[in-house]
Write a protein that binds this ligand. Sequence first.
Ligand SMILES: [Zn+2]
Length: 199
Amino acid sequence: MRLILLAALLGGAALGLYLPDIDHTFPFLFHRSIITHSLLLPLLCFLAVYRAQEHWKAATAGLCLGVAVHLCFDLFPALWIGFALINAPLLGQMSGAFSLHMLVGSIVGCLYLTLRLLTTADELAVAVSVSLVCFLIAAQSERVFWPALLILLLTWFVATCLPNPLVQGHHLVQRLRRFIATPEWWWRRRRSRRALSDE
Ligand SMILES: [Zn+2]
């Protein structure tokens, strides 16, 4: 990955990590507004840069990552009451079940948008690493760690199972299952490959 793209990705991730909580700064928005704590802003940015230059796409991929990491922590409030709930304009506070589903769906959506903005497997590896670094930074000021990390890893997996040109998550699982069930399968495949290359 080129340095300028990495810088754009990191800049976008730093912004995305704090973007949802800008609802604090607007008097017309309540905390955990559906406008900032959902897929809405990342999706608008995605649509805006879809045909733009590479560095804009990398910055938006970073922003989506950052928002996803932020929402992973928002998924674990002490209680699903008050400001822990998603707030929709005109409708007010939504239920705990709605808030939970909304947050999980938004995390998967953000990670999927990231996938769609990347063009190579190397970039994906960098993006996953950046999401983990963002996670570790955000975890410094959060109460939960392992449940939020589990959600981040699971939602990354779910995002890779959705149609994308880079990686097919379900194929990886199938291979892993086959390997666990029959380890000799892997050796057989390796041996037949070596035999083919010797011919
Ligand atoms: Zn938040």
